[in-house]
Design a protein around this ligand. Structure first.
Ligand SMILES: [Zn+2]
Ligand SMILES: [Zn+2]
Length: 390
């Protein structure tokens, strides 16, 4: 497949065997003793344990001063400091005050180039402004039996992109912008099926059944994800199918047959519920695919991986979790403009808008008289809590 998508190799890492990589890393370092630091309430004793040394209070105070992070600040520093690189809003990182002249740093050279570019408002500083950081839930760890040991488990971050319309170079189909909908943090010991379960997509929540004749009964239809449960991940030449339900189908079969005729592949298949994240070998930064509901395809990118540290939430049941997500706008009723849309109509003879969004009250009052449908239209319930993207 590198012949087709080799372009992305330029921006991605080499293929990494996650389990092997972190085992070698763990063997090299003394990270196991992070567990000691966490369990040791006395911070000084914990630090000395990791350093494998013993010093008196006076020497410890001197060492603390020498090693203080404050010493990394220089007079006239260009950047504002931020406290937490993982959870904070990072816009402050790029807010330049003054660039020192005689400092030969590549970062400053690039920064000068970037400032010299035509100003595009809302580009640089908005990188994270459209995303919401989700604070980990506060769990009272002493109540939990299944706690992880810091340094013993890996945390992998996966970016999930919104489905988009692929543009054929000869077609004039409108191409939607590709953007991340959420970033998931998942443990190495968890499976791809658990990753699938936390990916939220409107097409899973939809009820793709026309119910204008009897809308009240129609709204109680099962959601698409309860009916069409098949889906797969495509990662490193392998299709990982969801076979948790015996009726699920191998959606990759038709793709593999198509590829065979074009001498693409070979491809392997596996079941996503039997494959753990740490058993994967992946390229970081390389786009892979999650497909569900037959045609809904999302790009997904492994963006980061690290060992769990003492400051992370150590409760296994808290993962996988949404780490960051894109803020999205609610579709409002196009009649009253006050309430969120609960219904969508198409081919409505009495309306200029196709489709048209309605709240429940406006839907019934505009389209029905004494419960009887007026004129022709098709109606579909909007999924509960729908957050349709513009
Ligand atoms: Zn989807
Ligand atoms: Zn309304």
């Amino acid at each position: 497949m590198d012949e087709v998508y080799g372009f992305y190799n330029k921006t991605s890492s080499e293929t990494l065997d996650l389990a092997k990589y972190f085992k070698e890393y763990n063997d090299l370092t003394n990270l196991k003793s992070l567990a000691g630091l966490r369990s040791n309430r006395n911070e000084k004793a914990g630090i000395l344990e990791i350093m494998q040394m013993d010093v008196n209070d006076e020497d410890f105070a001197v060492l603390s001063e020498y090693c203080s992070i404050e010493n990394l600040t220089i007079p006239g520093e260009s950047f504002e400091k931020y406290d937490d690189t993982r959870l904070g809003n990072r816009k402050g990182t790029y807010e330049v005050k003054e660039i020192p002249k005689d400092v030969n740093l590549e970062t400053l050279t690039k920064l000068k180039e970037r400032i010299g570019l035509p100003q595009r408002p809302f580009v640089h500083n908005l990188k994270y402004r459209s995303e919401i950081c989700i604070e980990p839930e506060k769990v009272e760890t002493f109540k939990c039996n299944s706690l992880m040991e810091p340094g013993n488990e890996m945390l992998v971050f996966v970016r999930i992109y919104a489905p988009f319309v692929h543009q054929h170079r000869l077609s004039s189909v409108y191409v939607s912008k590709i953007f991340t909908t959420h970033i998931v943090a998942i443990l190495g010991s968890q499976t791809l099926a658990e990753l699938r379960d936390i990916i939220s997509c409107t097409s899973d929540l939809s009820i793709a059944k026309e119910v204008s004749a009897n809308p009240d009964a129609g709204a109680r239809q099962p959601q698409a994800k309860e009916v069409y449960k098949s889906g797969f991940f495509y990662i490193e030449s392998t299709f990982y199918n969801d076979f948790r339900d015996p009726s699920n189908m191998d959606n990759s079969e038709v793709i593999r047959e198509w590829a065979k005729k074009r001498n693409l592949g070979p491809f392997k298949t596996a079941s996503m519920e039997s494959v753990t994240i740490n058993s994967l070998s992946v390229k970081f930064g390389y786009p892979w695919v999650y497909q569900h509901q037959g045609t809904c395809e999302h790009l997904l990118v492994f963006s980061d991986a690290r060992l769990i540290g003492p400051s992370d939430n150590l409760t296994i049941s808290s993962y996988p979790r949404i780490h960051r997500m894109r803020a999205s706008s609610t579709k409002y009723c196009m009649v009253c403009g006050v309430f969120a849309a609960s219904w969508i109509t198409t081919h409505n003879d009495r309306l200029p808008h196709d489709p048209c969004y309605f709240c429940t009250t406006c839907f019934h009052s505009f389209n029905y008289i004494d419960g009887k449908k007026i004129e022709n239209f098709l109606a579909y319930p909007v999924p509960f809590g729908d957050v349709a993207q513009d």
